[in-house]
Design a protein around this ligand. Structure first.
Ligand SMILES: [Zn+2]
Length: 113
């Protein structure tokens, strides 16, 4: 969706340049060109300012897969390899509910492996 908005802005800017370049001194064409360029600028501005609703989810996923390798997380109680089904992220902290021994605890920020 963001890419489409940038394409529209690029198209507006392109036609703005066409109008100004091909104006041949006609005032109305320069005005139309400037309006198109302005519209393109507003489009880009709105896309950049507009908050992304899925941002929080994406950041959480990146944090989980980037800082902590799921393959290496083991239950601190029974040492079983934990899958993503046993792990949930809440308020930036990782909570573990072991599917093997039923242990439930908050995962340490700096694991010792
Ligand atoms: Zn366990």
């Amino acid at each position: 969706m963001k890419i489409v908005s940038y394409l529209v802005a690029a198209a507006l800017a392109f036609f703005g340049f066409i109008f100004i370049a091909g104006s041949q001194g006609q005032f109305i064409r320069i005005v139309v060109g400037v309006i198109l360029l302005g519209a393109a600028a507003v489009f880009v501005y709105m896309v950049r300012v507009k908050p992304q609703p899925t941002q929080t989810t994406i950041v959480q996923k990146i944090d989980l897969s980037g800082d902590v390798d799921l393959q290496q997380i083991r239950c601190q109680n029974c040492d079983a390899a934990l899958s993503d089904k046993s792990i949930r992220v809440e308020a930036g902290a990782i909570f573990v509910e072991c599917e093997f021994c039923g242990a439930s605890y908050q995962f340490e920020e700096k694991p010792k492996w």
